[in-house]
Every structure is written in structure tokens, then in C-alpha cells.
Design a protein around this ligand. Structure first.
Ligand SMILES: C[S@@+](CC[C@H](N)C(=O)[O-])C[C@H]1O[C@@H](n2cnc3c(N)ncnc32)[C@H](O)[C@@H]1O
Length: 313
């Protein structure tokens, strides 16, 4: 079951202070009340450290594994918008692809260069780094890419639509668009598994009678999260925007069903077994529906909708 569009989209902003009392009136914004460990890794050094943890390794390896199922064979031209420290760029360059990273943060680009320095010359030659905002990427890197990635970036823009629409415009008809975003409706899981009960209750909100009277086994059928989601953290919204911009959904995966509460634990000797378990769960219901992140894989169908002036920022 592909995430389906939800309707009730009130405006949101990350700077809104969280109400402590879950019964407090007014909409709440999940990203703010998601607990102290919701560091969004805007700092390059923090993000590099995160990519070495079990959670970071699981995320990257699941993304790679899913993409292998959908990408055209190498060599093909891949574009990684907000490519961070270049984990996927390096991975796919090693696999013979030509990868361009478009990334606004010079410290992230420096981390990518550091990673590339250890790679063979043939791999380094297949990676190009461009500094810039993804929303400006059409002007920076042109269009016609065989696949465009945008992983873990939509949580950093106030409105996902302009960026998501650009991803479609960047990609050639028939090409692949790969987006990873937060799974807003399931954000309480981490807090609950960590025993942060006040955060958990705040994230869940009060169950509605519509939810409790649903037929057993039809979990999630109402499609409405208990509390308001930032638009980029709502997988149904992300899928709907991509589709409206000219794509067809191919697959969606959950990332970190069993391991998201493990903080900064390093990978252990059983990491391959953990990846296999996460992969098996992340590819099917009901497990993928409670994963921390959702990986959307779409195919561009035709001519992208022309961007409106209001899409620009
Ligand atoms: C959490 S990191 C993810 C990095 C990488 N995509 C990955 O999955 O490992 C988020 C990245 O998004 C970048 N970013 C934030 N806003 C952006 C924007 N408007 N356009 C492109 N990249 C952006 C940040 O600089 C950062 O490198």
C-alpha cells in the first residue's frame, strides 16, 4: 500500500514551542516535540559521526539496497541533491555510476572530498561536487538525469513542494526519483521504546473515536495522524506532491523499524544480520509503516509540470 494523500494540512513552522500538556489546545508540530535526540544533523561533523553509528549504517545500506533494485545499470548519470558527506555518491561511484552531488554546505562537501581522497582514481573521476541549494539545481546542474536522489533533506526546508517539484524537473522522463523523509505518523515509536513517556504521549495525542472503532487489522486505514505534521514529514503528502509533479510511485520502504531507538550505538559484528532484518521488515506492511524514515522511489512519467513562481522558495 503506497502512502496516500491526507487532507487536513494546516500551516506549520518548526519554531513553534511545544505544548508540554498533550491535552493543550491547538495544533502541535511533531518535529519540535520529538525529544532531545531529534538532532537533525545540520552540523557536518555531527552528521559524519552519525553515519558511523548503527542507525546511520542501517539507513545508508537500506537506501543503497533499495536503489539497486530500481536504477538503470551503470554507467548512468545520478544526481544527489543534499548529498551530505557523500556516502551514496561514493557507493554508487564505486559501482560504476557517474554521480554529481549538489550540496549547499561547504563543510559537507569537504567531508565528501575527504571520503573520496581514499578512493581509487577511477572512482574519484566519476564524482562531481557542486555547491548550491537543491531548489536552484536546474540552473546549477541542468536536467536530464537518469536518477535524482534527495535523502534526508526535506526536513530542512519549510515547504517540501518546491524542492520535490525540482527533483522531477531535473530527472529525464523514465528516470528515477528517490526521496527519504521522516515518517511523521510513527514518530512516537522512538520515544516509547526509549521510555520517554511524556514525549510519547505528546506525540501520539488523544486517539479519536474513528481510530478506536476501526476494524481490527485495518490499522492506519483512517490515514490521519493524531497530531499535525510538518508537511515534509508526512509521507502521504510527499508521495502526492511527487505524483502531481509528474511521477508514478514504484515502491516505498521503511527505514529503521527495529533499531531507531538505539541512539548512537556503534554497529556490532552482527550488522549484516541487522541490515537483513531491517530490509525484510522495511519492504512490507505493517512494519514499514512504523519505521522512522520512509524511502519513496518514483519514476518520472513525462514532462514535469512547469514550476510556478510561488514554487521557487
Ligand atoms: C541529514 S543530511 C543528509 C545527507 C545525505 N543526503 C544522506 O542521506 O546521508 C541533510 C543534508 O541536506 C542538506 N540540505 C539542507 N537544505 C538543503 C537544500 N535546500 N538543498 C539541498 N541540500 C540541502 C544539508 O546541507 C545536509 O547535507
Amino acid at each position: 500500500m503506497q502512502p496516500s494523500p491526507t487532507n487536513d494540512r494546516r500551516s506549520s513552522g518548526r519554531e513553534v514551542p511545544p505544548p508540554v500538556d498533550p491535552a493543550a489546545a491547538g495544533p502541535r508540530v511533531l518535529a519540535v516535540i520529538d525529544g532531545p535526540d531529534t538532532a537533525d544533523y545540520t552540523d557536518a561533523a555531527d552528521y559524519v559521526a552519525h553515519t558511523a553509528t548503527l542507525r546511520g549504517v542501517i539507513r545508508q545500506r537500506l537506501v543503497t539496497r533499495a536503489l539497486i533494485e530500481h536504477l538503470p545499470p551503470a554507467p548512468a548519470r545520478l544526481l544527489d541533491i543534499g548529498g551530505g558527506n557523500g556516502v551514496q555518491a561514493l557507493e554508487f561511484a564505486r559501482r560504476g555510476y557517474h554521480v554529481t552531488v549538489c550540496e549547499p554546505d561547504p563543510r559537507m562537501l569537504a567531508e565528501t572530498r575527504r571520503g573520496l581522497a581514499d578512493a581509487p582514481e577511477s572512482v574519484r573521476r566519476r564524482v562531481e561536487l557542486i555547491q548550491g541549494d537543491g531548489r536552484d539545481a536546474v540552473h546549477l546542474v541542468g536536467t536530464g538525469w537518469d536518477a535524482t536522489f534527495c535523502h534526508g533533506v526535506i526536513m530542512f526546508v519549510p515547504e517540501p513542494a518546491p524542492l520535490l517539484t525540482v527533483l522531477v524537473e531535473l530527472t529525464r522522463p523514465g528516470g528515477i526519483i528517490s526521496v527519504v523523509g521522516k515518517n511523521g505518523p510513527a514518530l512516537a515509536l522512538r520515544a516509547g521504546l526509549q521510555g520517554r513517556w511524556q514525549d510519547t504521549t505528546a506525540l501520539l495525542g488523544e486517539p479519536s473515536s474513528a481510530e478506536t472503532t476501526e476494524t481490527a487489522g485495518a490499522a492506519g486505514a483512517s490515514g490521519q495522524p493524531a497530531v499535525q505534521l510538518p508537511p515534509g514529514d508526512d509521507p502521504a503528502n510527499v508521495a502526492a506532491i511527487l505524483t502531481a509533479a509528474g511521477t508514478q510511485p514504484l515502491a516505498w520502504y521503511g527505514i529503521r523499524t527495529f533499531t531507531d531507538h538505539l541512539g548512537d550505538s556503534p554497529p556490532g559484528p552482527d550488522v549484516d544480520a541487522v541490515v537483513n532484518a531491517e530490509w525484510a521488515a522495511g519492504a512490507r506492511d505493517p512494519y514499514r509503516g512504523i519505521a522512522r524514515l520512509i524511502h519513496h522511489v518514483h519514476r518520472r512519467t513525462g514532462i514535469a509540470r512547469r514550476r510556478l513562481a510561488s514554487d521557487r522558495r
